[in-house]
Design a binder for this molecule. Structure first.
Ligand code: MSP
Length: 646
């Protein structure tokens, strides 16, 4: 039997689970369920990463003993997964004995082979990343992912001779094009590897950090958290001689977001090679979720999405559907409640739900809820069949290549085609006319379509599809083999009545809730100007995208402080429209309102309005920013208000 082994990163327990953690774990769960549809023997591992400075610091800041802290937070992860219909086969914690034993055994093995040595090193350490950053990874002296300056650490430690594996790793990546995928991340890793690879510092002296796994060959040190954490992927399988290890390791696939490709794409393969363990088969990297406003999710912006809340409001399955549908694997994507609700209303309620309810209703009304006999088929029926059967290959390939969003879209396209077929065949008229033969064929074609959809969407919406299959009177575990059969129902097969599967959300209500979330965040926030998402210069914008931004010259005609907001000014800017625009800008610390009057500035005129401190801001003024020191932009010569900037 074919096997399948998938892992998520094991998550840091410095805080409760959030949407990013939920997404990767939903992906792994859905891929596992898809593998089972294909009849594979599948194993899905997740867990928590519980050692290291970051965790020790979070426990300390809460005044809680590290073990108690990690027990509590790890439990929050374990509690969330079933709420999202996520069912891992194992959940590993790095504080477990079974893990500690394996980390020490691997360290000892690599030490004995001569690839671990003692030395001294000084470098910039980012606690957020839990790694030393190279100088060229810093942006304005700060870690771009965590926005803080790393601290310089210089101490004697043990080192893993990673440099010895550089050439081997480059060849391995070149010889195995799908080792790291999608391609842009493979290229990113190859780019890192163009520079000489440094050896990896793999210990911390206990007198500085004791929260970790003791080195087996020197009790004055604990293991560096990444050397500890990555090993979970084999310790959970019972390396070296566990049955699971023998079974699943040869097909190992890791999924992570782009933030941790260096440890997974470089450290881990080198560690495996040094320990004499075959390397994993795939590292599949996805992008980052941003808020619906396209900015980095943060509490202070009120643009973050709470997975437990969304699962409760929409049902875990609808939430999973939205996540898997919205993010093309590998790219960044935006998410917010309105996006989820819109997906529910359009794809699920309008398309799928509507098809199910009108088909089942007619089968009950015309045939007493029993699958009728079909006599003749027409070209429209076979065209529908061909579309579904053709879609199966596309869907299967899409899931194999982690293009789940496309796989889902293909199914929804078929559902839309089935709805069009239904509209054209007008079975309700056939019923009225008493054309029972034709009616039977049309309804059975629709039932077959729904049955195939119930298989293909099971990995995404396991519970709703189980209920759908109950209503279809199906008792077997869904399989792709079943989906390949058209005319899969036998005559006389009874359907079961049931409730409608996909209710509709009131989008007005949803928008109000989102607005309240944003406003509450701004009201309670400590900063008037929240952290901005780092500029993603790796993804170029097209000229068309750039042209969508309406930049205008404007003159500041009024300026006053915003009461109670240290940094904010309320401005009126004439951009050549009937009335000046009201803008709220974070300029108060540097500019006297009176000095701004008459200045020409550049305004983003089509920015979505935002309410800041209860004042509507209808655009944004551009300024150059040198670590908080601002210079307003304006035309070098006086221009008419409203002049377009191109
Ligand atoms: N503990 C390490 C991983 C060790 S694996 C041997 C770690 N933990 S983490 O808690 O920071 O989780 C990082 C992972 O969470 C990302 O790689 C990704 O899977 C997920 N995400 C966190 N934020 C995310 C988004 N905003 N968007 C998508 N996924 C993100 O790193």
């Amino acid at each position: 039997m074919d096997r399948f082994y998938i892992t998520t990163p094991i998550y840091y327990v410095n805080g409760p689970p959030h949407l990013g953690h939920a997404y990767t774990t939903v992906v792994a769960d859905a891929l596992t369920r898809f593998a089972r549809l294909e009849g594979k023997d599948a194993f899905f591992l997740t867990g928590t990463d519980e050692h290291g400075e970051k965790i020790a610091q979070s426990a300390q800041s809460k005044g809680i003993a590290p073990q108690k802290w990690v027990d509590d937070v790890s439990a929050q992860f374990r509690k969330l997964w079933p709420e999202l219909h996520i069912e891992p086969d194992d959940f590993i914690r790095t504080t477990e004995e079974r893990h500690i034993r394996v980390v020490q055994a691997i360290l000892q093995k690599v030490f004995e082979s001569g690839d671990i040595y003692y030395g001294e090193y000084g470098g910039n350490y980012c606690v957020g990343c839990e790694r030393f950053l190279d100088d060229d990874e810093l942006v304005d002296g700060k870690c771009p992912d965590h926005g803080v300056a790393p601290s310089f650490v210089n101490e004697a430690n043990y080192f893993f001779r990673m440099s010895a594996y550089q050439d081997w790793l480059i060849s391995h990546i070149q010889d195995n094009p799908d080792f790291i995928r999608p391609e842009r991340y493979r290229n990113e890793i190859l780019a890192f590897l163009r520079k000489p690879l440094k050896d990896l510092c793999i210990s911390r002296p206990k007198n500085r950090l004791s929260w970790g796994i003791e080195l087996p060959f020197d009790s004055n040190f604990v293991t560096y958290v990444w050397f500890d954490a990555l090993v979970n992927y084999v310790s959970a399988l019972g390396w070296p001689d566990g049955e699971r290890f023998a079974k699943y390791w040869p097909v190992a696939e890791h999924i992570t977001a782009k933030d941790i490709i260096k440890p997974h794409g470089i450290y881990w393969p080198c560690m495996l090679k040094a320990a004499g363990i075959p390397v994993y088969r795939h590292l599949s990297v996805h992008g980052f979720w941003r808020g619906a406003d396209g900015r980095k999710m943060s509490k202070s912006l009120g643009n973050s999405v709470d997975p437990a809340e969304m699962a409760q409001r929409y049902g875990a399955d609808v939430f999973r559907y939205a996540l898997l549908r919205e993010m093309p694997y590998g790219q960044d994507a935006n998410i917010g409640e309105e996006i989820i609700a819109t997906r529910q209303n359009s794809d699920l309620a309008n398309d799928l739900g509507n098809l199910i309810s009108r088909t089942l209703k007619l089968v009950f009304r015309s045939f007493g809820g029993v699958v009728p006999r079909i006599s003749e088929t027409r070209v429209e029926d076979t065209a529908l069949r061909d579309q579904w059967i053709g879609a199966l290959t596309v869907v299967r390939e899409a899931w194999h290549e982690l293009r789940m969003s496309q796989g889902i879209e293909t199914v929804i396209d078929c559902i839309r085609a089935t709805n069009r077929y239904f509209d054209q065949m007008k079975p309700w008229e056939l019923a009225k006319r008493g054309d029972t033969d034709r009616l039977a064929t049309v309804l059975v074609s629709a039932l077959d379509s729904i049955r195939i959809a119930s298989v293909l969407l099971t990995p995404v919406m396991p519970e709703r599809m189980a209920e759908l299959r109950r209503q279809l009177g199906l008792t077997s575990f869904p399989s792709l083999e079943e989906a390949e059969r058209w005319n899969g129902f036998t005559e006389g097969h009874p359907l079961a009545e049931g409730k409608s599967l996909f209710p509709r959300a009131d989008l007005e209500e949803v928008r109000m809730r989102e607005l309240h979330r944003r406003e509450a965040a701004i009201q309670s926030g400590t900063s008037d100007k929240p952290e901005q998402a780092p500029v993603d210069s790796s993804t170029p914008v097209t000229i068309e995208e750039f042209r969508r931004i309406d930049l205008r010259v404007g003159t500041i005609v009024a300026a006053e402080p915003v009461p109670g907001a240290r940094k904010l000014l309320r401005l009126q800017v004439d951009i050549g429209e009937a009335a000046p625009r009201q803008l709220v800008a974070g300029l108060a610390e540097q500019f006297e309102p009176a000095h701004l009057l008459g200045r020409q500035v550049v305004v983003v005129a089509n920015l979505e309005p935002a309410t800041i401190r209860g004042i509507e801001s209808q655009g944004m003024i551009l300024a150059a920013d040198d670590q908080g020191r601002l210079a307003l932009l304006g035309p070098a010569a006086a221009m008419p208000n409203g002049a377009r900037i191109r």
